[in-house]
Each structure stands twice: as structure tokens, then as C-alpha cells.
Design a protein around this ligand. Sequence first.
Ligand code: MN
Length: 227
Amino acid sequence: MADLVFAAPPIVTIPVTGGGLFPVRRVFCVGRNYPEHVREMGNDERDPPFFFTKPADAVVSGGKDIPYPPGTSDLQHEIELVVAIGRGGRDIALEAAPEHIFGYAAGIDMTRRDLQSLAKKAGRPWDMAKGFDFSAPIGDIAPVAGIAHPPDGAIALDVNGVGKQRGMLSEMIWDVHSVLTYLSRLVALAPGDLIMTGTPAGVGAVERGDLLEGRVEGVGSVRTRIV
Ligand code: MN
């Protein structure tokens, strides 16, 4: 076999509560999955789920700071429940979905809202609005053993200690198992894949220096500072 022409990139990992590291493969994200957020963005909540992606190395774990990204003046937070896939598969049946889930985490889908609005208007891809460097701060992954599976509780995000996003996981238009099932009809899921399951209402802009603290009841938390 031929030698690599330069060193392979390091594997992106997220700490697992209780020990170990989860190796990240791909990051899938669901658009528009909480009715109030769908309405605040001016859309119809009856739309079927759709997906976009972030590169694995957009993931930031361990509560590290993230730089304010270039190319935007409207960087926004979206707190989300993250599903961590432990077993792959395609065309996964709804009742089999739980067997494919390794655990859950709290994550933030950082968004260049101005670039997303331009992309929507022009019918262009969202990649540069969603999949930029450091765009996915994610907290430690809680394995399914020992927690509610799927989780069912509050999801929230504070900026500088002030409550901004408040929701309940039960408000999701497409629940965790439906999202996994639907996505597995579009791609073969693999161990290491993450699914960010959409955000509740209350998204808003952040500035340099802001501290973002998110939490998902019964799962864990995520924090990052914009620098
Ligand atoms: Mn999102």
C-alpha cells in the first residue's frame, strides 16, 4: 500500500461520561423540529424533516472557547439534543432505533444567520452558514445505560446567565426515533455519527465575550465562550 503523502488528520473525539472517548464520524443536523422555532423563522411546521451536515472537525468538546467566525455579523446559538450513534444501519425500523443509539449529549448548532438567510433567498446550500470551523460545541456524551432513553425533559440555553432558549424535548415535531429512522433511509448510518435534532424557540445573536451555557435535562450540559 502506498504511503500517505502527509499525516492523516487526528480523529475528533468527545468524552463519554464515566470514561472513554466517542470517535466522531459525521454530524447530521435536523432543520426545523420544534413548532415555536419553526414559527419564529416563518415556516410551516407541517414540513417533513430535512437534514444538513457539519464536518466532524467542526466539533468542539471539553467546554473550550470558540472564535467568532469570519464572514458574518449575525452569529446565533441553537441548543440541541445530540444523538450519538453506536451501531450503524440503513432502513432502520422505528422499533429498532433504540439499539443503534450509544448515548446523548447537549450541543449547540452555531449558525451564521445572515449567510443562511442569503442562501435561503438564493436557493443555495447552507454549508457555509452551518458547517464552518468550531460550529458544533458539544458536551460530554451520556451513555444510554443509566439515563432516560430517549431523554424526556427540558432543553435550555443561557447567554451570560440570562435565559434565552427554553423548550421541552417532547415538543419535537419528529422525535429521536423517527429522526433516526428517516435519516437511515437517506444514508447508511455508521458508528460515530452524531445527529443534532433541532432547536427550540429563542435563538439569537451572540458577540465576542459571551458565555453560552446549554443543558438537556437528564443528559448533560454544554458550555463555550465566544472569543
Ligand atoms: Mn439547528
